[in-house]
Design a protein around this ligand. Structure first.
Ligand SMILES: [Zn+2]
Length: 279
């Protein structure tokens, strides 16, 4: 049995959730704000083993060994931030906070891309220590919920972070309060408006991490952040995977993939979503 509080939408507080995947499943879709949430949510501990063993069992290498790929992705995300923000010129006065900064590879990339001040908050003491000692970047070893900051930022980033929070609405409000006017909040989230949820619901349910409280969609993500107060929300599809929908051995795969990519990019149909919200 799940706790009654877990049956309430953590984004809008509505108790008007419709069950997904049969009566035994833990997932509900909010009738009001249209997000999907997990009533069987249980937070995990991000201790040393996450960055060493758990990451390796999922991706085949440790987080540290994956630095090149993480930094390449970070660089693309920073380019997107400046593109959607429409802000050119000197970056030296900008102040950036990365929430869930892990070993600090995003922060290192941001510093190399001339952002004047970069800092992180990271719950794992191993990861925070690594970032401070090896990269010489300031990281608070704390949970974002507990973090007290007396400063504000121009850029706040949180890559695959908010879905892990038990109270994502409170977290988004805190981020909004920590941003300067015209500041930008950039995040990535799992999206249910994608091939896995629509074409392979059983696998979506079976592979859903227990420590993910919410799944968003382009529409519900924009609504969520606009209600917090963000004036502009720009969305980008994460990875595009036509092979999750269509047989790659088929002679029609190539034309299908081309059309799929075009349409998915336009409507942000993807299992993951990048969101850029401007205050
Ligand atoms: Zn809701």
């Amino acid at each position: 049995m799940t706790e009654p509080a877990r049956e309430i939408c953590p984004v809008c507080g509505s108790s008007n959730g419709r069950r997904i995947g049969g009566l035994c499943a833990h997932f509900l879709k909010c009738g009001k704000c249209k997000i999907v949430y997990n009533a069987g949510y249980a937070p995990l501990r991000y201790d040393d083993s996450y960055f060493l063993e758990q990451y390796k069992s999922q991706y085949g290498k440790t987080y540290e060994e994956d630095e090149d790929a993480i930094r390449a992705l970070s660089s693309r995300r920073i380019d997107t931030i400046f593109k959607v923000w429409g802000r050119d010129g000197d970056r030296s006065a900008l102040r950036l906070l990365d929430i869930g900064s892990a070993l600090g590879f995003f922060l290192k990339t941001a510093r190399e891309m001339n952002i004047g001040s970069v800092e992180g908050v990271e719950i794992s003491s191993y990861a925070a220590r690594y970032c401070r000692k090896k990269l010489r970047i300031n990281v608070a070893n704390a949970s974002f919920d507990d973090l007290q900051l007396d400063t504000t930022f121009d850029i706040i980033t949180a890559w695959y972070f908010i879905e892990h929070c038990s109270d994502p609405a409170a977290v988004a409000q805190k981020i909004y309060a920590l941003l300067n006017i015209n500041g930008i909040f950039a995040l990535s989230v799992p999206s249910f408006f994608g091939p896995l949820y629509y074409f392979n619901r059983k696998q979506w349910i079976e592979s859903h991490p227990v420590d993910h409280r919410i799944d968003l969609s382009p529409r519900s993500a924009a609504g969520f952040l606009k209600r917090i107060g963000f004036r502009k929300v720009i969305l980008r599809a994460g990875g595009l995977h036509p092979e999750r929908v269509f047989d790659t051995n088929s002679m029609f795969f190539k034309p299908f993939a081309a059309a799929y990519t075009k349409i998915s990019t336009r409507i942000n149909f993807s299992d993951t979503l990048e969101i850029y919200a401007i205050k």
